[in-house]
Design a protein around this ligand. Structure first.
Ligand code: URA
Length: 425
């Protein structure tokens, strides 16, 4: 076989056979198919798409390029969760211990942030001492002992995705359904959970810009999961504005603590309880949202989170420390009225420039910086009232305030206010 023939076949809109896909994936990981040919193939997929059978072949061949975690030593139905990326998305920090507080084991591998999106690992590393690298044995032991662990994705998992994702990132081929679905699901399948909740984000700050696209991605991933015997449910969720109040690693840890103490904003608290309800349902436990919320109010979820932090080397005193930055800048509303949009992408990039995110993978983070919104879309404000606070270690200038204010849209049609737009199962 020759890579050029497979590229041409896809370029011309034809389906590749199972053998051809296997050859391509194995060759790429072995280094016999070079980056430039894989880039051309990814671009051909971007324009011509893939049939369901091709996506399934691609996914399963990717799974085979690395270690497959065996979680069978952990009793019970192991549930996992994955988000396709967002701004201010601290959901895992709350959801994992919340679900575990009902006795359902959560063994979760998370990733780092890039560009406007944040990553759960970076947030956890904002806690002094927290270890995200764990051997498979330690990971399993911790879930057996306390019911929850959130670690970094093993380097041994799905080698094809590591290579291909880095290539897609620099060849404008990330945002295509066959490649996102195979990337996400190969990792979820290899990570070994019995049941998977997929959070497919849609909107300005997400890869999927329309609900139709998000629905197609969600259905593709649900079908892939089910085909290999994993219970899989997807929720399509709004990412047109940042999730919750905070963007920035330490600030998001503090917001997660607020929610874990039952003192978070109603919207994000309710949303997380709904996700927990679906995850518990995947583990055959039926609970109402109110019953789930009780575990936030009575400290059971918080206690589980603290147990996890301690088990992974984190310092509990540091966990509750306030942020430490040189300046906190108030952003006043420029006019009175209703906030109609807070574009997630713009604020994600704004926080990135403060040091809370990475423009390129090698960038260092400033864990303390970021944004806290005092108002969200749909809230009324008076002119001069504080809309948000910017936490920065950089120099402060009037341009910083003006730039922020430029992104706050007022008195227009209010965009989506539902967190869960649709459930696909
Ligand atoms: N998240 C992933 O893991 N892979 C993608 O391709 C996109 C989002």
């Amino acid at each position: 076989m020759r890579a050029v023939d497979l590229i041409q076949k896809k370029r011309d809109g034809q389906e590749l056979t199972s053998n051809e896909i296997k050859w391509l994936v194995e060759g790429y990981v072995a280094g016999t198919v070079p980056d430039y040919q894989m880039s051309a193939f990814a671009m051909a997929v971007y324009f011509k798409g893939m049939a369901t059978r091709e996506i399934s072949d691609l996914t399963m061949n990717m799974v085979k390029t690395g270690q497959e975690f065996d979680l069978s030593a952990i009793n019970g139905i192991k549930v996992d969760k994955h988000s396709t990326g967002g701004v201010g998305d601290k959901v895992t920090l709350i959801l994992a211990p919340l679900v575990a507080s009902f006795g359902v084991p959560v063994a979760k591998m998370s990733g780092r942030g890039l560009g406007h999106t944040g990553g759960t690992l970076d947030k956890l590393e904002a806690i002094k001492g927290y270890q995200v690298e764990r051997s498979q044995d330690d990971f399993i032991k911790q879930v057996q002992d306390i019911g929850v662990s959130v670690i970094g994705q093993s380097n041994q998992l799905v080698k094809a995705d590591k290579l291909l994702y880095a290539l897609r990132d620099v060849t404008a081929t990330v945002d295509t359904i066959p490649l996102i679905a195979s990337s996400v699901m190969s990792k979820k399948i290899a990570a070994g959970a019995d049941a998977i909740l997929l959070d497919v984000t849609v909107g300005e700050g997400a890869f999927m810009k329309t609900v139709e696209e998000a629905r197609e991605l969600a259905q593709t991933m649900v079908d892939l999961g089910k085909a290999v015997g994993r219970k899989t449910v997807a929720v399509i969720t709004d990412m047109s504005q940042p999730l919750g109040r905070a963007i920035g690693n330490r600030l998001e840890i503090l917001e997660a603590l607020e929610i874990l103490q039952g003192q978070g904003r109603q919207d994000i608290t309710h949303f997380i309880c709904e996700l927990a309800q679906i995850m518990l349902g995947l583990a055959d436990i039926e609970k109402t949202v109110e019953e789930i919320r009780k575990h936030l109010e009575n400290g059971q979820a918080l206690a589980k989170f603290e147990e996890m932090v301690v088990a992974q080397g984190g310092d509990l005193e540091d966990l509750y420390r306030p942020v430490n930055v040189a300046h906190v800048v108030d952003i006043p509303a420029q006019e009175s009225g209703v906030i109609s949009a807070l574009p997630a992408m713009e604020f994600g990039l704004f926080a990135m420039r403060l040091g809370a995110g990475r423009a390129v993978k090698s960038d260092d983070l400033d864990y303390e910086t970021g944004i806290v919104f005092e108002k969200k879309v749909g809230d009324s404000v008076q002119k001069g009232e504080i809309v948000a606070k910017v936490y920065t270690n950089g120099k402060i200038s009037s341009e910083l305030v003006t730039e922020f204010q430029k992104y706050v849209k007022m008195n227009d049609r209010v965009q989506c206010l539902r967190e869960i737009i649709e459930i696909i199962s």
